[in-house]
Write a new protein. Sequence first.
Length: 146
Amino acid sequence: MEPSIAVKGFVVNDGKLLLIKRRSNDVHCAEKWEIPGGRLDKGEDPYLGAKREILEETGLNATVLVPMSVNYYVREDGQTITAIVFACRTNEDAVTLSEEHTEFRWLPITDAKDLIFEPMKKEIDRYEELGLKDKIKTLTEPNYLL
């Protein structure tokens, strides 16, 4: 099986983080709360791929700001994934879920730790370590995306 590159969006609106719940019949992490994201298309720009995945899974137009982390893992089904997690901002809060997810919640970032899938908890810590709480409103998209 060929390795995949995935992107995730740590989507923040007014100090709240968007979490979405995977459907019950999902082959990977069924019924787990996560942040939006998915695999890049071959040759796709990671920033644009993150924007696309957020839109597809939530209906939100998000501003993809900066990479927060890069993670490498092997799923329980043997798939090898390299995932880039981006800090993102939106002014929208009306979520329209794709068929891949069944629920969503906007939670204060520190409260999201109680619900989010265990491996993703470190992304909340990373957001705080990078000082993004104070910067999220003023960061801008990379120039080539404008």
